[in-house]
Ligand binder design. Sequence first.
Ligand code: DX5
Ligand code: ZN
Length: 220
Amino acid sequence: GVAAKIAPSMLSSDFANLASEAERMLKCGADWLHMDIMDGHFVPNLTLGAPVIQSLRKHTKAYLDCHLMVTNPLDYVEPMGKAGASGFTFHVEVSKDNWQELVQRIKSKGMTPGVALKPGTPIEEVYPLIEGENHVEMVLVMTVEPGFGGQKFMPEMMEKVRTLRQRYPSLDIEVDGGLGPSTIDVAASAGANCIVAGSSVFGAPEPATVISLLRISVEE
Ligand code: DX5
Ligand code: ZN
């Protein structure tokens, strides 16, 4: 199978202590750190941007898996690249006309391109981005409406994951929203290998236990 990547969502961390929270997650076994970039326009919430990524980068070498919930992702490519982002995942809903240019620019800045889709967006919309010459390396299937942590997992999104996994056996498929010990099995058996988890990890008395549980489900 495809390697498991467990990515705690730093949206659920204490932003005032971001460096130590990141360090704590890595010690607990996290593979990636999931960073939710919101612009208060594509989603009704505002989080952090390139300046915070740049600050965090000075404290860690970890893979920063950046999820851009923004209306104009192209404007973020250069600043995020300079800041030290590792992955740059943009939303298909706002990049129908310029995804080729986006992917090319993301790669030219040394970042790994990914595409995300909201619950209401059909999976077929990402096929061209996976198959094109300038293609994405990961598809992020949202399992909640983007904007906030702590929402309920939408199991009906697993049909998208299954369809994707059948078509693309070695693609990185990420799920984001409501993942935790009680929902991981359905996501893993559908074929997801990159697991974002915010409230279930940060809310646990022992985040390391939750992270290893998520990993075991993906790997078995
Ligand atoms: C939601 C974000 C998620 C969020 C997940 O818009 O994309 O990454 O932090 O949080 P949980 O795991 O609590 O649903
Ligand atoms: Zn996210």
